[in-house]
Design a protein around this ligand. Structure first.
Ligand SMILES: Nc1ncnc2c1ncn2[C@@H]1O[C@H](COP(=O)(O)OP(=O)(O)OP(=O)(O)O)[C@@H](O)[C@H]1O
Ligand SMILES: [Mg+2]
Length: 400
C-alpha cells in the first residue's frame, strides 16, 4: 500500500512556475485556500538559496511593513514572495517601477486565493509584466492513477487526501468548509448570514452537474436572480465552484444557453452531501454527477485547459456533451460514464457530428481503452493523464 504521510511531489507545477519566473518579473500563483500555494512557493524559493525573502500578509507585522512597499522591496535581491496578496490589493501599482528595473535585481512571486481581486488588479496595474499560474488540487498524475478512487472520494486538497483515515479526511473537509470558506467568503465577498451560505452550498451540491437555474435559486432564498448569480460568481472566484458555460455551435438547431455548475472539489461535494465512504457514494443518486464533476476537473487539468476553454453543450432534444474543450481549431469532447462498460450513445454521435469534434473520449471506470467508433474512444479514468498535449494544434488541422 502506498503511504501518503510525506509530501506529494508537484513537479509539473514547480516546473511551470520556475519557467514563468524566468520570463516574467512577476508571477501570480493563484488557487483555493489550503491547496498548497505556500508549500509550492517555498520550494520555488529554495532554488534562490539565501536570496529569497518571504512576506506573509496574513501577519500584521508584514502587512504593516508593506503598507509602504517601495523602501522595503527596492533593496531586495533574488526572489521576493508575497503571500496572501489579496489582503493588500493596493500593492500592485507600487510594484510596477520595481518590475521595470534593468537589470532586474529581484523577481516577485505573488500568492493569492481570491481570483478576480488579484487577477483584475494585477493585470490592470502590471500588464505585460505579470504571468498567472493556477494551482489546482492534487491531480491524478501527482497522486498516481491507482489512487483515483481515493482522490474521487476525498478530493484533491492535500490535507484531505493524505489524512490517515476516512474519518480524519472528512473532519478536515468539514472544518475547511466552516472556517476558510465561510470566513473568506463572508469577509471579502458576500454579505449573507453563515447559515444562508451553508444552505446555498447544500443546494449547489444537489444541483452539481446540472444547468444553473437562477430563478429556482432566487425563489429558494427569497432574493433576486442577480443576487444568487453574484453568490455563485463569488464562489467561482474563490475556486470553489466551476461554471461551465454553454457552447453555441453554428448549426440550425436550438441549443441550451444556461451554464452548468459544479462544486470543483469532489471531496467538498461529498462533505456537503454527507458522504463518508465509496460504498455510501455508490448508493447515492448523485454518484453519476459526482463522477462527471471529477472527470471534468481532471480532464481540464490533463489537457492543460484554461477555465475559459471549457464548455458544455446540449440541445433541448436531449443531445449533450459533458465537456467540450476548444483551443484554436482543436475541439475535444469528453463524456463521463460512471460504469466499467461504456457504450456509444446517439447523443455522442450527434455531438461528434454537430460540433465537428476532433476526438471524443468517453472516460469510464473500467480497465480497457478501445475505439468505439471512428473518432470516439473509451478511456479508463486511470489513463486520463494521457490526454496531455491533445489540445496542441495538429499538423494539417482543419481551418474554419
Ligand atoms: N504537495 C503536498 N503534499 C502533501 N501535503 C501538502 C502538499 N502541499 C501542501 N500540503 C499541506 O497542505 C496544507 C496547506 O498547504 P499550504 O499552506 O501550502 O496551502 P495554501 O494554499 O498556502 O493555503 P492558504 O491559502 O490557507 O494559505 C499544509 O498543511 C501543507 O503541509
Ligand atoms: Mg498560504
Amino acid at each position: 500500500m502506498v503511504c501518503w504521510s510525506g509530501m506529494i511531489g508537484r513537479p509539473a507545477h514547480l516546473g511551470a512556475v520556475r519557467r514563468l519566473l524566468r520570463s516574467f518579473p512577476a508571477v501570480a500563483l493563484l488557487g483555493a485556500r489550503q491547496v498548497g500555494k505556500t508549500t509550492l512557493a517555498r520550494e520555488v524559493a529554495t532554488e534562490f538559496g539565501g536570496r529569497a525573502r518571504i512576506f506573509d500578509l496574513e501577519s500584521d507585522r508584514d502587512l504593516r511593513l508593506l503598507a509602504d512597499p517601495e523602501p522595503i522591496l527596492a533593496g531586495l535581491r533574488g526572489l521576493v514572495v508575497i503571500d496572501e496578496v489579496q489582503r493588500l490589493p493596493g500593492i500592485f501599482p507600487p510594484l510596477r517601477p520595481l518590475l521595470d528595473r534593468t537589470p532586474l535585481p529581484a523577481r516577485f512571486l505573488l500568492l493569492g486565493s481570491a481570483s478576480p481581486e488579484v487577477s483584475t488588479r494585477g493585470s490592470e496595474s502590471l500588464a505585460g509584466r505579470i504571468a498567472f499560474h493556477d494551482l489546482d488540487g492534487l491531480s491524478l498524475e501527482e497522486v498516481g492513477t491507482p489512487a483515483w478512487r481515493r482522490l474521487w472520494l476525498r478530493g484533491g486538497f492535500p490535507r484531505s487526501f493524505t489524512a490517515r483515515t476516512e474519518v480524519a479526511s472528512r473532519a478536515w473537509r468539514d472544518a475547511f468548509l466552516r472556517t476558510y470558506l465561510e470566513r473568506d467568503v463572508l469577509d471579502v465577498g458576500l454579505r449573507m448570514p453563515p447559515a444562508e451560505l451553508r444552505r446555498f452550498w447544500l443546494m449547489l451540491a444537489h444541483w452539481h452537474g446540472q444547468r444553473w437555474n437562477a430563478s429556482e435559486f432566487a425563489r429558494a432564498f427569497g432574493t433576486s436572480e442577480a443576487t444568487v448569480r453574484r453568490w455563485l460568481e463569488t464562489l467561482e472566484g474563490f475556486f470553489a465552484v466551476r461554471i461551465l458555460r454553454p457552447w453555441e455551435a453554428s448549426i440550425a438547431k436550438r441549443q441550451v444557453k444556461s451554464p452548468k455548475i459544479y462544486i470543483r472539489d469532489c471531496g467538498m461535494l461529498h462533505a456537503v452531501l454527507d458522504v463518508g465512504t465509496l460504498e455510501q457514494l455508490r448508493e447515492r443518486p448523485q454518484v453519476g454527477a459526482s463522477f462527471e464533476g471529477f472527470v471534468v476537473e481532471h480532464a481540464m487539468h490533463a489537457l492543460g485547459a484554461r477555465g475559459s476553454e471549457g464548455y458544455h453543450w446540449a440541445t433541448p432534444q436531449g443531445a449533450e456533451l459533458d465537456l467540450l474543450v476548444v483551443r484554436g481549431n482543436r475541439r475535444i469532447g469528453i463524456e463521463a460514464k460512471c460504469t466499467e462498460a461504456p457504450q456509444v450513445t446517439r447523443s455522442m454521435e450527434i455531438a461528434m457530428r454537430d460540433l465537428g469534434l476532433d476526438r471524443l473520449w468517453v472516460i469510464h471506470q473500467g480497465r480497457d481503452r478501445f475505439e468505439m467508433r471512428p473518432g470516439i474512444e473509451a478511456l479508463p479514468i486511470t489513463e486520463l493523464p494521457s490526454l496531455h498535449g491533445q489540445l496542441n494544434p495538429r499538423r494539417g488541422a482543419r481551418h474554419s
